[in-house]
Design a protein around this ligand. Sequence first.
Ligand code: NAP
Length: 267
Amino acid sequence: MISDVLRNPAQLFDVAGKTALITGASGSFGRGVALALASLGANLVLASGSQTELDAVAAEAESLGAKVTCIARRPDTLEDAQAMLDRAIDVFGSVDMMVVASGFNKPGFIQDQSYEDWQSVMDANVRGPWFLCKAVGSYWIAEKRKGKVLLMSSVRGRHGNYSGYGGYCASKSATDGLTRVLAVEWAKYGITVNAIAPTVFRSKLTEWMYGDNEIGQQTRARSLSRIPTGRLGEVEDLIGMAIYLLSPASTFCTGQIMYVDGGYTAA
Ligand SMILES: NC(=O)c1ccc[n+]([C@@H]2O[C@H](COP(=O)([O-])OP(=O)(O)OC[C@H]3O[C@@H](n4cnc5c(N)ncnc54)[C@H](OP(=O)(O)O)[C@@H]3O)[C@@H](O)[C@H]2O)c1
């Protein structure tokens, strides 16, 4: 007998009518995933600190046929995370997927960097995702709902760097740990938790590597020299992985750090 999935594997990637909460939706990855999900018929709850930038992404998503609501907040507190969840429930009745694409880097060598700057990186990359997972995961567990969490790690969660990444590398290693532990704890509830770990992709976050900044140029060149596919990433390069991790296709995949890096971590 040939099963339904083998007859129609495309159904594994069906997210139509599902609702995604996306933080960092004004950023490169957040916008890219939002527009791809919009094209697949998902509803969107878009969050970031900038209403103006959210409005622009929302207009693009609506032009692709999506229903969208925006909330101009970063996940700085548990109340912020709860407000994003409440918005999803108010507008769409629930939430099925969460993409934490908010994140930040402030490079600085530990000899020079202030504690406050280091902490700002940890807050954006670890504390915010923790608040979001706490709010949304608690809701799914209480309501006996399944869900999919996608966190953004980095190859820097696994590799060190030469460019003052004492905050960033530590924060992404913490992301990897959070991904694995929540995946283990939540598997019994039908909640998957995975992370994408990109190499250098072009975005606002990496703009400093594409301009005149000497350390930035060295950082980009060093990454590029180690990438077997011979180029850095563009947002389109991670959409396939994101859709896989947010769709029924990945039901048996959890706690994984998925390297989308042109082979960087293989070399
Ligand atoms: N691009 C890369 O090469 C690369 C590689 C590996 C991993 N990543 C990770 O991928 C995620 C998305 O990065 P991206 O490249 O899309 O960057 P991006 O274009 O700069 O977008 C980052 C998003 O995060 C929000 N944000 C900025 N500072 C924040 C803060 N302090 N607290 C909370 N939110 C903040 C920004 O929105 P508002 O300022 O409007 O709030 C923006 O929407 C990040 O976690 C990043 O570490 C990126």
